[in-house]
Design a protein around this ligand. Sequence first.
Ligand code: TYM
Length: 332
Amino acid sequence: KRRVFSGIQPSGDVQLGNYIGAIKGWVDRQEEKENYFCIVDLHALTVPQEPDELRHQTRSLAAMLFAAGLDPEKCTIFVQSHVTAHAEACWLLNCVTPIGWLERMTQFKAKAENQESVSTGLLDYPVLMAGDILLYDAHEVPVGEDQRQHVELARDIAQRFNHIYGDTFVVPVGVIPEIGGRVMGLNDPTMKMSKSYAHIRGHAIRMLDDPKEIERTIKRAVTDTGNEIRFSDEPERAGVNNLLGIYKVITGMDEAAVEAEFANARGYGDLKSRVAEVVVEALTPIRERYEALMQDVDALDRLLERGAERAQSVAGPKLDEIKQSMGLILRS
Ligand code: TYM
């Protein structure tokens, strides 16, 4: 089986973009693959976090991943900081990564712009991410469009390392959905839907929003003054295109079938009602399972412990291999 690795940060509320761009694909393909999904708490630390809140968000995200349908028998789900190889791999890879590669990262430039003080961790973020992926010899990295550049960097680092020290890493490929890879903000379809703005009214559907709130947000979604319901890459039609993309991924229909379904719709109001309906239908059982899982935090912690053990059994030996390649002496 092809090995899959992906990660998600426990910062802010999980939103529909995370689900559509990443989590749903992980769930749908979990049978075909050998899966590692990491809750990247070390990545979350690259911007200021409230410690109690981070602890809560980490468990909450774990519950959300299981609730969304990831099966602990088929997927290794674990917390990044529980497997110390990740932080160590980051250091080792730092030493083969030119700093210019990091300064060019668009996400770094965007995030650094909004910070009074930029941590070294924020610059180093993509190297930690490269370590995540390379420690598992993952072939595929299913992510949303916004992570494309980071996955490319992981490939570059793998190739550079292999070139310097000999074949050590699988060179991973990013797997990015063509539709749904970039879910846009409902209040502003020129902006990516984001956890960091999930608290702004009308911006995001959060996975735990109740049906009324989901309906309200979708009904208020910004569209255009036209009435044609079809997929389009014209900037002024981005709002409608976004709603159609959400509908397509949630229902699993193809584009032609989606357009045919709305051929006789009376304007965007109909479209919005149907989108709200299928989103509520998809998220309600997830929210219910989430609430049940959060009732028993000990059971959740045990699942994460098992995940960490399995992850460690792959990452530990790989870390030793990296160290050996680089000339470090292993403890006897
Ligand atoms: P994060 O936590 O920001 O997002 C988790 C996943 O959700 C995707 N995503 C979206 N997809 C479509 N539309 C959107 N509006 C949208 N917003 C977010 C992201 O692309 C991502 O796939 N750096 C990563 C976490 C990470 C990682 C890794 C991923 C750390 N190590 C190793 C893959 C492999 C991040 O911050 O994702």
